[in-house]
Design a binder for this molecule. Structure first.
Ligand code: FNR
Length: 181
């Protein structure tokens, strides 16, 4: 049977490197894994007053996460942390209190940035939040990707310099997920 992976990308930018990375990773996954990038750009800003009456976009996000067996976060780093759009999505689907949909779903964290430390700080902040949300998150291998010419081929696949590394990361991620589902 298929293992459904909900992919959350922390950038809304049309030409996002992280969105590209998410799509390229989907192609490195085995045939029994299906990765789907969730839409988070239309979520309202989280407001606790709305907990009893969540917006349709929030209900959609929660239903998609609930219907998945695993999570994959692909995020840039903004000012040494995760982007607000990603934190907003995490907060929305964690509420109302006691009705979080994140808990227990195995996850991987990865990201690409133009900076030299390749999203390391953003990933660490994200790991902190995921720990609280009771999301078992792959610890090793870590993957901090710097956006450089040749990272992606023209067809969006991973270029030769990073392909073996990212395939290895994906294989370990898949093994991690299989341990938990
Ligand atoms: C950045 N960028 C960035 N890069 C980095 O390595 N560390 C950082 O702390 C930051 N901070 C930061 C803040 C803000 C507000 C922006 C818009 C950008 C640069 C970032 O890596 C670059 O814009 C990437 O292209 C963003 O990822 P996507 O949108 O291509 O997926």
């Amino acid at each position: 049977s298929q293992t459904k992976v909900a992919v959350v990308v922390g950038s809304l930018r049309k030409e996002s490197f992280n969105h590209k990375l998410a799509l390229a990773l989907a192609k490195l996954a085995p045939a029994d894994f299906s990765l789907e990038v969730l839409q988070i750009g239309d979520l309202p800003l989280y407001n606790q007053d709305d907990d009893a009456n969540q917006a349709d976009a929030v209900k959609r996000l929660k239903a998609q996460v609930a219907a998945s067996q695993a999570l994959l976060f692909v995020t840039p780093e903004y000012n040494r942390s995760m982007p607000g759009v990603l934190k907003n999505a995490l907060d929305h689907a964690s509420r109302p209190y006691g009705q979080s949909v994140w808990g227990g779903k195995p996850a991987g964290v990865i990201g690409v940035s133009v900076g030299a430390i390749g999203t390391a700080m953003a990933q660490q902040h994200l790991r902190n939040v995921l720990a609280y949300l009771n999301v078992p998150t792959l610890g090793q291998p870590e993957a901090f990707i710097q956006a450089k010419d040749g990272l992606f081929n023209a067809d969006g696949s991973i270029g030769d310099a990073s392909k073996a590394f990212l395939q290895g990361w994906m294989d370990q991620y898949v093994a991690w997920v299989k341990k938990h589902v």
